[in-house]
Ligand binder design. Structure first.
Ligand SMILES: Nc1ncnc2c1ncn2[C@@H]1O[C@H](COP(=O)(O)OP(=O)(O)OP(=O)(O)O)[C@@H](O)[C@H]1O
Ligand SMILES: [Mg+2]
Length: 457
Protein backbone atom coordinates (compact mmCIF):
# COMPACT_ATOMS: atom_id res chain seq x y z
CA UNK A 1 0.00 0.00 0.00
CA UNK A 2 1.57 3.24 -1.11
CA UNK A 3 0.07 6.35 0.37
CA UNK A 4 0.59 10.02 -0.15
CA UNK A 5 -0.29 12.77 2.28
CA UNK A 6 -2.63 14.75 0.07
CA UNK A 7 -1.45 18.31 -0.49
CA UNK A 8 0.85 18.47 2.54
CA UNK A 9 0.67 21.65 4.59
CA UNK A 10 3.90 23.41 5.50
CA UNK A 11 4.05 26.18 8.07
CA UNK A 12 7.09 28.46 7.83
CA UNK A 13 7.85 30.36 11.02
CA UNK A 14 10.61 32.84 10.28
CA UNK A 15 11.01 36.53 11.02
CA UNK A 16 13.44 37.24 8.18
CA UNK A 17 11.16 38.48 5.35
CA UNK A 18 13.48 37.46 2.52
CA UNK A 19 14.06 33.93 3.75
CA UNK A 20 10.35 33.46 4.54
CA UNK A 21 9.21 34.60 1.12
CA UNK A 22 11.85 32.61 -0.73
CA UNK A 23 11.01 29.44 1.14
CA UNK A 24 7.28 29.99 0.57
CA UNK A 25 7.82 30.14 -3.16
CA UNK A 26 10.10 27.13 -3.23
CA UNK A 27 7.67 24.89 -1.37
CA UNK A 28 4.60 26.18 -3.17
CA UNK A 29 6.28 25.05 -6.37
CA UNK A 30 6.95 21.67 -4.79
CA UNK A 31 3.22 21.21 -4.32
CA UNK A 32 2.84 22.17 -0.68
CA UNK A 33 0.13 24.30 0.74
CA UNK A 34 2.22 26.94 2.49
CA UNK A 35 1.34 29.02 5.54
CA UNK A 36 3.79 31.48 7.00
CA UNK A 37 4.16 33.44 10.21
CA UNK A 38 6.79 35.87 11.44
CA UNK A 39 5.89 35.55 15.10
CA UNK A 40 5.59 32.59 17.45
CA UNK A 41 2.12 33.58 18.62
CA UNK A 42 0.77 33.71 15.05
CA UNK A 43 2.28 30.30 14.37
CA UNK A 44 0.44 28.78 17.32
CA UNK A 45 -2.80 30.41 16.16
CA UNK A 46 -2.28 28.88 12.70
CA UNK A 47 -1.86 25.43 14.18
CA UNK A 48 -5.05 25.87 16.17
CA UNK A 49 -6.96 26.90 13.07
CA UNK A 50 -5.46 24.61 10.40
CA UNK A 51 -4.16 21.14 9.98
CA UNK A 52 -0.36 21.42 9.62
CA UNK A 53 1.89 18.53 8.56
CA UNK A 54 5.36 20.06 8.75
CA UNK A 55 6.75 23.25 10.21
CA UNK A 56 10.05 24.99 9.53
CA UNK A 57 10.62 26.73 12.78
CA UNK A 58 13.22 29.43 13.36
CA UNK A 59 14.41 29.24 16.94
CA UNK A 60 15.02 32.97 17.30
CA UNK A 61 11.73 34.79 16.97
CA UNK A 62 10.91 38.33 18.03
CA UNK A 63 8.20 37.42 20.53
CA UNK A 64 8.91 33.91 21.81
CA UNK A 65 11.59 31.29 22.09
CA UNK A 66 11.22 28.75 19.29
CA UNK A 67 11.28 25.84 21.70
CA UNK A 68 8.31 27.26 23.59
CA UNK A 69 6.50 27.66 20.27
CA UNK A 70 7.27 24.02 19.46
CA UNK A 71 5.91 22.90 22.79
CA UNK A 72 2.68 24.86 22.33
CA UNK A 73 2.25 23.55 18.80
CA UNK A 74 2.62 19.97 19.96
CA UNK A 75 0.09 20.53 22.69
CA UNK A 76 -2.38 21.23 19.89
CA UNK A 77 -1.19 18.52 17.51
CA UNK A 78 1.71 16.25 18.32
CA UNK A 79 1.85 14.81 14.82
CA UNK A 80 3.35 18.03 13.40
CA UNK A 81 6.86 17.33 12.14
CA UNK A 82 9.08 20.24 13.17
CA UNK A 83 12.35 21.06 11.47
CA UNK A 84 14.13 23.57 13.63
CA UNK A 85 16.28 26.25 12.03
CA UNK A 86 19.17 27.52 14.15
CA UNK A 87 21.04 30.72 13.39
CA UNK A 88 24.52 29.27 13.73
CA UNK A 89 26.00 25.89 14.47
CA UNK A 90 24.83 25.61 18.01
CA UNK A 91 24.81 21.96 18.87
CA UNK A 92 23.37 22.44 22.33
CA UNK A 93 20.25 24.23 21.12
CA UNK A 94 19.79 21.72 18.34
CA UNK A 95 19.95 18.87 20.82
CA UNK A 96 17.46 20.49 23.15
CA UNK A 97 15.16 21.03 20.17
CA UNK A 98 15.27 17.31 19.36
CA UNK A 99 14.66 16.54 23.01
CA UNK A 100 11.67 18.89 22.92
CA UNK A 101 10.20 16.80 20.12
CA UNK A 102 11.54 18.38 16.93
CA UNK A 103 11.98 15.96 14.06
CA UNK A 104 15.36 17.37 12.96
CA UNK A 105 17.34 20.62 12.67
CA UNK A 106 19.25 22.57 10.08
CA UNK A 107 21.80 25.36 10.48
CA UNK A 108 21.69 28.73 8.79
CA UNK A 109 22.89 29.38 6.18
CA UNK A 110 21.70 26.21 4.56
CA UNK A 111 21.64 24.81 1.06
CA UNK A 112 18.14 24.83 -0.35
CA UNK A 113 18.58 21.28 -1.66
CA UNK A 114 19.53 20.08 1.79
CA UNK A 115 16.38 21.61 3.26
CA UNK A 116 14.18 20.12 0.53
CA UNK A 117 15.60 16.69 1.26
CA UNK A 118 14.98 17.11 4.95
CA UNK A 119 11.36 18.13 4.34
CA UNK A 120 10.84 15.14 2.04
CA UNK A 121 12.23 12.85 4.70
CA UNK A 122 9.94 14.36 7.34
CA UNK A 123 6.96 13.85 5.06
CA UNK A 124 7.92 10.24 4.41
CA UNK A 125 8.28 9.60 8.15
CA UNK A 126 4.88 11.12 8.75
CA UNK A 127 3.42 8.96 6.01
CA UNK A 128 4.90 5.81 7.54
CA UNK A 129 3.62 6.74 10.97
CA UNK A 130 0.07 7.19 9.75
CA UNK A 131 0.36 3.99 7.73
CA UNK A 132 1.12 2.11 10.92
CA UNK A 133 -1.89 3.68 12.58
CA UNK A 134 -4.09 2.83 9.62
CA UNK A 135 -2.96 -0.78 9.55
CA UNK A 136 -4.43 -1.21 12.99
CA UNK A 137 -7.86 -0.57 11.54
CA UNK A 138 -7.52 -1.97 8.09
CA UNK A 139 -9.21 -5.12 6.98
CA UNK A 140 -6.57 -7.81 6.65
CA UNK A 141 -7.33 -8.99 3.13
CA UNK A 142 -7.38 -5.55 1.50
CA UNK A 143 -8.35 -5.87 -2.13
CA UNK A 144 -6.54 -9.04 -3.07
CA UNK A 145 -8.91 -11.98 -2.63
CA UNK A 146 -12.13 -10.20 -3.24
CA UNK A 147 -14.75 -12.38 -4.89
CA UNK A 148 -18.47 -11.86 -5.06
CA UNK A 149 -20.32 -14.98 -6.14
CA UNK A 150 -23.81 -14.96 -7.62
CA UNK A 151 -25.57 -15.54 -10.93
CA UNK A 152 -29.16 -14.54 -10.13
CA UNK A 153 -30.51 -11.45 -11.91
CA UNK A 154 -31.06 -9.93 -8.45
CA UNK A 155 -27.42 -10.30 -7.49
CA UNK A 156 -26.19 -9.25 -10.94
CA UNK A 157 -28.16 -6.02 -10.52
CA UNK A 158 -26.30 -5.45 -7.25
CA UNK A 159 -22.86 -5.97 -8.80
CA UNK A 160 -23.73 -3.73 -11.77
CA UNK A 161 -24.80 -0.95 -9.41
CA UNK A 162 -21.62 -1.43 -7.39
CA UNK A 163 -19.47 -0.99 -10.50
CA UNK A 164 -21.27 2.21 -11.41
CA UNK A 165 -21.11 3.65 -7.90
CA UNK A 166 -17.42 2.78 -7.54
CA UNK A 167 -16.61 5.01 -10.52
CA UNK A 168 -18.11 8.09 -8.87
CA UNK A 169 -15.37 9.50 -6.68
CA UNK A 170 -17.27 10.81 -3.65
CA UNK A 171 -20.90 9.70 -3.61
CA UNK A 172 -21.83 8.19 -0.29
CA UNK A 173 -23.64 4.86 -0.40
CA UNK A 174 -26.15 3.13 1.84
CA UNK A 175 -26.11 -0.67 1.76
CA UNK A 176 -29.23 -2.39 3.02
CA UNK A 177 -29.66 -6.07 3.62
CA UNK A 178 -30.49 -8.68 6.23
CA UNK A 179 -27.76 -10.11 8.39
CA UNK A 180 -25.17 -12.11 6.47
CA UNK A 181 -26.21 -10.95 2.99
CA UNK A 182 -22.74 -9.57 2.24
CA UNK A 183 -22.97 -5.88 3.16
CA UNK A 184 -19.37 -5.67 4.27
CA UNK A 185 -18.21 -7.58 1.21
CA UNK A 186 -20.06 -5.16 -1.06
CA UNK A 187 -18.69 -2.12 0.82
CA UNK A 188 -15.20 -3.52 0.31
CA UNK A 189 -15.96 -4.13 -3.38
CA UNK A 190 -17.02 -0.50 -3.84
CA UNK A 191 -13.68 0.58 -2.37
CA UNK A 192 -11.59 -1.90 -4.33
CA UNK A 193 -13.20 -1.07 -7.68
CA UNK A 194 -12.68 2.66 -7.15
CA UNK A 195 -9.68 4.92 -7.65
CA UNK A 196 -9.34 4.90 -3.86
CA UNK A 197 -8.25 1.27 -3.81
CA UNK A 198 -4.64 2.01 -2.82
CA UNK A 199 -5.77 4.18 0.06
CA UNK A 200 -7.22 2.95 3.35
CA UNK A 201 -10.51 1.10 3.75
CA UNK A 202 -11.44 1.64 7.35
CA UNK A 203 -14.30 -0.10 9.05
CA UNK A 204 -16.17 1.19 12.05
CA UNK A 205 -19.03 -0.67 13.68
CA UNK A 206 -21.25 2.01 15.18
CA UNK A 207 -22.99 -0.42 17.52
CA UNK A 208 -19.74 -1.83 18.94
CA UNK A 209 -18.55 1.42 20.48
CA UNK A 210 -20.33 3.18 23.36
CA UNK A 211 -22.12 6.38 22.29
CA UNK A 212 -19.88 8.64 24.34
CA UNK A 213 -16.70 7.29 22.69
CA UNK A 214 -17.94 7.07 19.13
CA UNK A 215 -17.45 10.75 18.33
CA UNK A 216 -13.80 10.68 19.45
CA UNK A 217 -13.20 7.45 17.55
CA UNK A 218 -14.65 8.92 14.37
CA UNK A 219 -13.34 12.46 14.54
CA UNK A 220 -10.43 12.31 16.99
CA UNK A 221 -9.87 14.72 19.86
CA UNK A 222 -7.60 17.58 20.79
CA UNK A 223 -5.38 17.62 23.81
CA UNK A 224 -7.39 18.57 26.86
CA UNK A 225 -10.73 17.58 25.31
CA UNK A 226 -11.20 15.25 28.28
CA UNK A 227 -9.42 15.22 31.59
CA UNK A 228 -7.24 12.31 30.52
CA UNK A 229 -6.58 13.53 26.97
CA UNK A 230 -2.93 14.41 27.50
CA UNK A 231 -2.33 14.38 23.77
CA UNK A 232 -4.52 14.92 20.75
CA UNK A 233 -5.46 11.93 18.65
CA UNK A 234 -6.58 11.47 15.08
CA UNK A 235 -9.95 9.95 14.40
CA UNK A 236 -10.80 7.41 11.73
CA UNK A 237 -11.94 10.09 9.28
CA UNK A 238 -8.43 11.57 9.31
CA UNK A 239 -6.82 8.16 9.03
CA UNK A 240 -9.07 7.26 6.11
CA UNK A 241 -8.12 10.39 4.14
CA UNK A 242 -8.14 9.60 0.43
CA UNK A 243 -9.87 6.28 1.05
CA UNK A 244 -13.20 4.86 2.16
CA UNK A 245 -14.78 4.66 5.57
CA UNK A 246 -17.31 1.90 6.19
CA UNK A 247 -19.84 2.79 8.87
CA UNK A 248 -21.43 -0.52 9.78
CA UNK A 249 -24.79 -0.61 11.57
CA UNK A 250 -25.39 3.08 10.98
CA UNK A 251 -28.88 2.66 12.42
CA UNK A 252 -27.26 2.37 15.84
CA UNK A 253 -25.41 5.67 15.63
CA UNK A 254 -26.38 8.03 18.44
CA UNK A 255 -28.83 10.61 17.09
CA UNK A 256 -26.78 13.40 18.70
CA UNK A 257 -23.78 12.47 16.56
CA UNK A 258 -25.72 12.30 13.31
CA UNK A 259 -25.59 16.05 12.47
CA UNK A 260 -21.80 15.91 12.60
CA UNK A 261 -21.76 13.02 10.15
CA UNK A 262 -24.17 14.87 7.89
CA UNK A 263 -21.80 17.83 7.87
CA UNK A 264 -18.87 15.67 6.79
CA UNK A 265 -20.98 14.18 4.01
CA UNK A 266 -21.96 17.66 2.85
CA UNK A 267 -18.70 19.58 2.97
CA UNK A 268 -16.02 17.09 3.97
CA UNK A 269 -14.97 19.08 7.01
CA UNK A 270 -15.22 18.50 10.74
CA UNK A 271 -13.57 19.39 14.00
CA UNK A 272 -11.97 17.04 16.47
CA UNK A 273 -13.68 16.75 19.84
CA UNK A 274 -12.66 19.84 21.81
CA UNK A 275 -11.16 21.42 18.69
CA UNK A 276 -11.64 24.70 16.89
CA UNK A 277 -9.78 24.00 13.65
CA UNK A 278 -11.70 22.74 10.66
CA UNK A 279 -10.13 19.61 9.25
CA UNK A 280 -10.79 18.80 5.62
CA UNK A 281 -10.69 15.24 4.40
CA UNK A 282 -11.40 13.43 1.16
CA UNK A 283 -13.28 10.33 2.23
CA UNK A 284 -16.07 8.28 0.72
CA UNK A 285 -18.60 7.10 3.27
CA UNK A 286 -20.26 3.73 2.78
CA UNK A 287 -22.85 3.01 5.44
CA UNK A 288 -24.66 -0.25 6.07
CA UNK A 289 -27.74 -1.25 8.00
CA UNK A 290 -29.99 -4.24 8.51
CA UNK A 291 -32.61 -2.02 10.15
CA UNK A 292 -35.44 -0.26 8.39
CA UNK A 293 -34.32 3.35 8.54
CA UNK A 294 -37.64 4.91 7.44
CA UNK A 295 -39.32 3.34 10.49
CA UNK A 296 -36.52 4.67 12.69
CA UNK A 297 -36.97 8.12 11.18
CA UNK A 298 -40.65 7.98 12.11
CA UNK A 299 -39.74 7.05 15.67
CA UNK A 300 -37.24 9.95 15.71
CA UNK A 301 -34.36 7.58 16.36
CA UNK A 302 -32.72 8.46 13.06
CA UNK A 303 -32.51 11.98 11.64
CA UNK A 304 -34.49 12.50 8.48
CA UNK A 305 -31.93 14.88 6.93
CA UNK A 306 -29.18 12.28 7.28
CA UNK A 307 -31.48 9.58 5.95
CA UNK A 308 -32.35 11.64 2.85
CA UNK A 309 -28.67 12.32 2.27
CA UNK A 310 -27.77 8.63 2.46
CA UNK A 311 -30.79 7.55 0.46
CA UNK A 312 -29.43 9.14 -2.71
CA UNK A 313 -27.53 5.95 -3.49
CA UNK A 314 -28.91 2.77 -2.00
CA UNK A 315 -27.62 -0.72 -2.72
CA UNK A 316 -30.17 -3.28 -1.55
CA UNK A 317 -28.91 -6.86 -1.24
CA UNK A 318 -31.86 -9.25 -1.33
CA UNK A 319 -31.91 -12.14 1.15
CA UNK A 320 -30.70 -15.49 -0.16
CA UNK A 321 -34.21 -17.02 -0.09
CA UNK A 322 -35.24 -14.45 -2.72
CA UNK A 323 -32.39 -15.40 -5.05
CA UNK A 324 -32.25 -19.17 -4.88
CA UNK A 325 -30.20 -19.32 -8.09
CA UNK A 326 -27.22 -18.14 -6.07
CA UNK A 327 -27.38 -20.99 -3.55
CA UNK A 328 -25.60 -23.67 -5.61
CA UNK A 329 -22.86 -21.38 -6.98
CA UNK A 330 -22.17 -20.26 -3.41
CA UNK A 331 -22.13 -23.88 -2.21
CA UNK A 332 -19.58 -24.76 -4.94
CA UNK A 333 -17.54 -21.69 -4.08
CA UNK A 334 -17.38 -22.47 -0.38
CA UNK A 335 -16.62 -26.17 -1.06
CA UNK A 336 -13.57 -25.08 -3.10
CA UNK A 337 -12.66 -22.53 -0.44
CA UNK A 338 -12.67 -25.25 2.24
CA UNK A 339 -10.75 -27.70 0.08
CA UNK A 340 -8.00 -25.13 -0.11
CA UNK A 341 -8.08 -24.20 3.56
CA UNK A 342 -8.56 -27.60 5.17
CA UNK A 343 -6.85 -29.73 2.54
CA UNK A 344 -10.16 -31.52 1.87
CA UNK A 345 -11.06 -33.08 -1.46
CA UNK A 346 -14.82 -32.57 -1.49
CA UNK A 347 -16.30 -32.70 -4.99
CA UNK A 348 -19.98 -32.06 -4.50
CA UNK A 349 -23.09 -32.06 -2.36
CA UNK A 350 -25.18 -35.19 -2.97
CA UNK A 351 -28.41 -34.66 -4.94
CA UNK A 352 -30.51 -35.23 -1.81
CA UNK A 353 -28.40 -32.74 0.06
CA UNK A 354 -28.68 -30.17 -2.71
CA UNK A 355 -32.40 -30.46 -2.61
CA UNK A 356 -32.40 -29.64 1.07
CA UNK A 357 -30.04 -26.70 0.63
CA UNK A 358 -32.36 -25.27 -2.00
CA UNK A 359 -35.46 -25.71 0.18
CA UNK A 360 -34.05 -24.12 3.30
CA UNK A 361 -34.98 -20.49 4.08
CA UNK A 362 -31.48 -19.29 5.08
CA UNK A 363 -32.36 -16.83 7.87
CA UNK A 364 -28.62 -16.16 8.33
CA UNK A 365 -28.13 -15.78 4.56
CA UNK A 366 -24.69 -16.24 2.98
CA UNK A 367 -22.84 -16.27 6.29
CA UNK A 368 -25.01 -19.17 7.47
CA UNK A 369 -24.43 -21.01 4.20
CA UNK A 370 -20.69 -20.49 4.50
CA UNK A 371 -20.68 -21.87 8.05
CA UNK A 372 -22.87 -24.86 7.18
CA UNK A 373 -20.61 -25.84 4.29
CA UNK A 374 -17.52 -25.42 6.44
CA UNK A 375 -18.98 -27.70 9.09
CA UNK A 376 -20.14 -30.26 6.52
CA UNK A 377 -16.72 -30.28 4.86
CA UNK A 378 -15.13 -31.11 8.19
CA UNK A 379 -17.63 -33.90 8.92
CA UNK A 380 -17.59 -35.48 5.46
CA UNK A 381 -15.40 -38.54 5.08
CA UNK A 382 -15.82 -39.09 1.37
CA UNK A 383 -15.79 -36.62 -1.51
CA UNK A 384 -19.50 -35.95 -1.09
CA UNK A 385 -21.50 -33.90 1.39
CA UNK A 386 -24.53 -35.89 2.56
CA UNK A 387 -27.72 -34.84 4.40
CA UNK A 388 -26.31 -36.22 7.67
CA UNK A 389 -23.61 -33.56 7.52
CA UNK A 390 -26.19 -30.80 7.62
CA UNK A 391 -27.25 -29.27 10.95
CA UNK A 392 -30.53 -30.23 12.57
CA UNK A 393 -32.18 -26.84 12.37
CA UNK A 394 -32.02 -27.09 8.60
CA UNK A 395 -33.37 -30.65 8.54
CA UNK A 396 -36.16 -29.75 10.91
CA UNK A 397 -37.27 -26.67 9.08
CA UNK A 398 -37.56 -28.55 5.83
CA UNK A 399 -39.47 -31.36 7.51
CA UNK A 400 -41.93 -28.82 8.89
CA UNK A 401 -42.69 -27.63 5.36
CA UNK A 402 -44.22 -30.97 4.38
CA UNK A 403 -47.99 -30.57 4.43
CA UNK A 404 -49.38 -31.50 7.84
CA UNK A 405 -51.92 -34.22 8.48
CA UNK A 406 -55.33 -33.79 6.97
CA UNK A 407 -56.94 -32.18 10.00
CA UNK A 408 -60.40 -31.71 8.57
CA UNK A 409 -60.86 -35.44 8.32
CA UNK A 410 -58.60 -37.34 10.75
CA UNK A 411 -60.29 -40.55 9.77
CA UNK A 412 -58.75 -40.17 6.30
CA UNK A 413 -55.18 -39.87 7.61
CA UNK A 414 -52.66 -42.68 7.14
CA UNK A 415 -50.66 -43.99 10.10
CA UNK A 416 -47.58 -42.39 8.60
CA UNK A 417 -49.26 -39.00 8.49
CA UNK A 418 -50.41 -39.29 12.08
CA UNK A 419 -46.94 -40.33 13.20
CA UNK A 420 -45.40 -37.41 11.38
CA UNK A 421 -47.87 -34.85 12.73
CA UNK A 422 -47.29 -36.16 16.27
CA UNK A 423 -43.51 -36.00 15.88
CA UNK A 424 -43.63 -32.44 14.54
CA UNK A 425 -45.93 -31.36 17.38
CA UNK A 426 -43.52 -32.75 19.95
CA UNK A 427 -40.54 -31.11 18.27
CA UNK A 428 -42.36 -27.79 18.20
CA UNK A 429 -43.34 -28.11 21.85
CA UNK A 430 -39.68 -28.47 22.88
CA UNK A 431 -38.56 -25.69 20.51
CA UNK A 432 -36.60 -27.99 18.23
CA UNK A 433 -34.56 -29.73 20.93
CA UNK A 434 -34.07 -33.11 19.28
CA UNK A 435 -32.62 -34.92 22.32
CA UNK A 436 -35.59 -33.91 24.41
CA UNK A 437 -38.03 -34.77 21.64
CA UNK A 438 -36.54 -38.24 21.20
CA UNK A 439 -36.84 -38.85 24.95
CA UNK A 440 -40.52 -37.86 24.93
CA UNK A 441 -41.21 -40.01 21.88
CA UNK A 442 -39.28 -42.90 23.36
CA UNK A 443 -37.08 -43.44 20.33
CA UNK A 444 -33.33 -43.03 19.76
CA UNK A 445 -32.02 -39.70 18.52
CA UNK A 446 -30.58 -41.32 15.40
CA UNK A 447 -33.91 -42.91 14.67
CA UNK A 448 -35.68 -39.58 14.99
CA UNK A 449 -33.15 -37.92 12.70
CA UNK A 450 -33.73 -40.61 10.08
CA UNK A 451 -37.45 -40.00 10.19
CA UNK A 452 -36.97 -36.26 9.85
CA UNK A 453 -34.73 -36.76 6.87
CA UNK A 454 -37.33 -38.95 5.26
CA UNK A 455 -39.99 -36.25 5.76
CA UNK A 456 -37.79 -33.65 4.18
CA UNK A 457 -36.94 -35.55 1.00
N1 LIG B 1 -22.04 -12.98 -2.86
C1 LIG B 1 -21.09 -13.46 -2.05
N2 LIG B 1 -20.05 -14.15 -2.57
C2 LIG B 1 -19.09 -14.67 -1.75
N3 LIG B 1 -19.09 -14.55 -0.42
C3 LIG B 1 -20.10 -13.87 0.14
C4 LIG B 1 -21.14 -13.28 -0.64
N4 LIG B 1 -22.00 -12.65 0.19
C5 LIG B 1 -21.51 -12.81 1.44
N5 LIG B 1 -20.37 -13.54 1.43
C6 LIG B 1 -19.59 -13.96 2.60
O1 LIG B 1 -20.52 -14.21 3.65
C7 LIG B 1 -20.02 -13.73 4.90
C8 LIG B 1 -20.94 -12.68 5.47
O2 LIG B 1 -20.87 -11.51 4.68
P1 LIG B 1 -20.79 -10.03 5.32
O3 LIG B 1 -20.01 -10.06 6.57
O4 LIG B 1 -20.36 -9.12 4.25
O5 LIG B 1 -22.34 -9.84 5.66
P2 LIG B 1 -23.09 -8.63 6.39
O6 LIG B 1 -24.27 -8.32 5.56
O7 LIG B 1 -22.11 -7.54 6.63
O8 LIG B 1 -23.55 -9.31 7.73
P3 LIG B 1 -24.01 -8.60 9.14
O9 LIG B 1 -25.30 -7.89 8.88
O10 LIG B 1 -24.21 -9.75 10.06
O11 LIG B 1 -22.90 -7.69 9.53
C9 LIG B 1 -18.64 -13.21 4.61
O12 LIG B 1 -17.71 -14.22 4.86
C10 LIG B 1 -18.68 -12.88 3.13
O13 LIG B 1 -17.40 -12.93 2.55
MG1 LIG C 1 -21.48 -6.80 8.47
Amino acid sequence: MKMKIMEPVLLIVEDDDVIRKTLSEVFLKKGFKVLSADKGKDAIEFVKAHKVDITLLDLKLPDMNGLAVLKDMHEVDDSIMAIVVTAYPEVKTAISAIKAGAYDYINKPFELEELKLLVDKALETKRLKSEVEILRYQKGDGCVFLQTVGISPEFKAVTELVKTVAKTPKTSVLIQGETGTGKELIANAIHCLSDRKDRPFIKLNCSAIPDNLLEAEMFGYEKGAFTDAKQGKKGLFELADGGTIFLDEIGDMDIRLQPKLLQVLENQTFRRVGGIRDIKVDVRVVAATNKLLPAMVKQERFRDDLYYRLKVMVVHIPPLRERKNDIMPLVEYFIQFNNKNFGKGIKRASPECRDMLLKYSWPGNVRELKNIIERAAILAHSDEILPEHLPLELVEEIAAFVPAMNKTNPAAATLDEIEKAHIMNVINSVKGNISQASRILGIARQHLRKKLKRYSS
